[in-house]
Design a protein around this ligand. Sequence first.
Ligand SMILES: Nc1ncnc2c1ncn2[C@@H]1O[C@H](COP(=O)(O)OP(=O)(O)OP(=O)(O)O)[C@@H](O)[C@H]1O
Length: 519
Amino acid sequence: MTARNDMTESPALAGGAKILGKGLPADPEGIYALAARSMFQLFSSMSQGMFLADKTGRIVWLNEGYELLLPRLGVASVHDFLGHMVEDVIPNTQMRRVLETGQPVLIDLLTNRAGTFVVSRLPLRDDEGSVIGAIGIVLFDQPETTLQPLISKFALLQRDLDEAKRELLAQRSRSLRAMASGERRAKYSFASFVGSSPAAVEVKRQARRAAQSLSPVLLLGETGTGKELLAHAIHGASARACGPFVSVNIAAIPDTLLEAEFFGVAPGAYTGADRKSRDGKFRLADGGTLFLDEIGDMPLSLQAKLLRALQEGEIEPLGSNQLVRFDVRLVAATSRDLPRMVREGQFREDLFYRLHVLPIRVPPLRERAADIAALVEVLGEELALRNDMPVPELDAAALQLLAVQNWPGNIRELRNVLEQVTMLGDDARITTSLLLQVLQSAGVKPVQLGEAPAAQAPADAVVADSTLLRPLAQQVAELEARAIRASLAAHGGNKLATAKALAISRATLYDRMAVLQIR
Ligand SMILES: Nc1ncnc2c1ncn2[C@@H]1O[C@H](COP(=O)(O)OP(=O)(O)OP(=O)(O)O)[C@@H](O)[C@H]1O
């Protein structure tokens, strides 16, 4: 098989087959060979085109139908096709795979510069069964066939897929560029704040309302409760979402560097190496939101300067005698008891009132134990994705055990515990004994199931004052939910007994449970 004509002549019925009657061979091999030839000719005449490749992938034969397709493939003549490697002349062909595996591809779609075709690829084998080449058949060409609607649909899907891939690539390179250039955007939205307990719903409601305002927001709550997450979400839902979100953790910066960090440095302010000017966070946050985390850790000297900047709307970079105007929305957060710090003279009262315009208390995890299951699910999925591990599975007892802990480190601590149990566990199922072991090794005395929750941690006392400075409706809802849960537990879930003990009707109990999302 070396040329086109070889095959048209090629008598598959070689080897001296006997002919019976009207040309029908008498022996089975003869019939088989005749059938093979007939099939070959049938496909050759019915299909849009056919070619043969030898076992190296070189094209050794093509029929007239295929010859007509050559110009669309950008091949000028038969001589530029024959003798060439199949992938050199038929873009995107999968013929090599057929030659290598010996597996036929009965039907496939091939798209290249000539269009989209329905194709078949069949291996050719010798008597020993070794692959000696392959046959490529174009069953349907695009325009004239009845398969056209199907192919158009495929072409559309392919186009959509290509577009989606391009968009994904563009998005990826945009975000890589943004990361490289230190672009500042909100990382979290309100949807990232997991939880549907009354306390979580209320804090999100307050934060959403704060997002609509331009006044300063003060987020109060223990460590790891999601203050920073909410600060991002408030920025992202505000009119300034397109502006920068700049975050400063005051506790993490040495006092001596804070002023430069806040207000920037004028050129030549320092002698020596660092003679260049440097923008401060106020400048960087211009047009957006400045998040001052751990504001309670700000030294008194800087508090005075911050207050002046907020009052005047101007800052004075270090080493400069020029005032620079800024347009920044302030969100501050602290886990410290600011009113007490004011009373003790550690925090300026005037600054406190300047910041305390929209205070939002972020509840600790132990006040929203109903959110534990949802948090475990989300945090578990994140962990599994990050560490390429199965998602941790916690049964009701394990969830219950988590729900009764005190969680001084709140959601951050919950995540750490989950991470440790998934690392230590043999499989994805998390047992209560493993959980207890991890809780113990974290240095906190775990609360056992059935045990009354431990006395409130000292960290709680820090925010005790502000727990009462919240909307009454929120506090009443929390108390109500606690009473209903306790009564349900005491009566083994019996609604009638629970309602009786609480001196309310069963209908009211169902109603309150629905409103307070108690299951
Ligand atoms: N409601 C929540 N849903 C999901 N993840 C949360 C939630 N709250 C907090 N987290 C996660 O817990 C971790 C701690 O949250 P965040 O840093 O916002 O807390 P914080 O109150 O600012 O803590 P700190 O006072 O120590 O700075 C983060 O990884 C955050 O994504």
